[in-house]
Design a protein around this ligand. Structure first.
Ligand code: MG
Length: 156
């Protein structure tokens, strides 16, 4: 299987997500625990996470689902509607995020739950999107990447 780092970054960029967006959330999670933490540290940790093939696969499938929902090409009417209105009880988006965090241990898992509630930075912006846009999975992708990077920094 190939390394899909470039495809991931390209897809994230198209969906309005930068490594810096993720890194800001990582900083939000870890600044009070790591003395002297810088944004550069967070960007580096996020970039390392993005080289993980499991993360790449999850990011691509998650963001593709947002794209399909927007195009209206998801066959299930129920799933299409749940995704377009970001139904709080849909939950598959959070499950993918938790799955991404799972390999990075308790710091990542608890950080993901926390950041999902607080929705700092770009997560909150994507969450308050227009009706024709689907960011149901995008916000969890950022939260999960940020949480995995937070765990890497915590254990460094
Ligand atoms: Mg979501």
């Amino acid at each position: 299987m190939t390394d899909n780092y470039d495809e991931c970054i390209e897809l994230m960029t198209r969906r309005g997500i930068s490594l810096e967006d993720c890194a800001e959330c990582t900083y939000f999670l870890q600044a009070k625990y790591i003395k002297g933490l810088t944004m550069a540290d967070c960007v580096r940790a996020v970039d390392e996470v993005m080289h993980d093939r499991d993360i790449q696969n999850a990011v691509i499938i998650a963001l593709e689902l947002d794209v399909l929902a927007e195009k209206g090409t998801i066959e299930s009417k129920y799933i299409k509607e749940a995704m377009m209105k970001d139904d709080g009880l849909f939950g598959v988006d959070e499950l993918i995020g938790l799955g991404m965090a799972f390999n990075y241990g308790p710091v990542a898992l608890t950080s993901f739950g926390y950041i999902d509630k607080i929705k700092p930075g770009r997560i909150g912006e994507l969450n308050s999107k227009k009706d024709s846009v689907c960011n149901t999975f995008a916000d969890d992708v950022i939260g999960a990447i940020a949480s995995c990077a937070a765990s890497r920094l915590a254990h460094a």
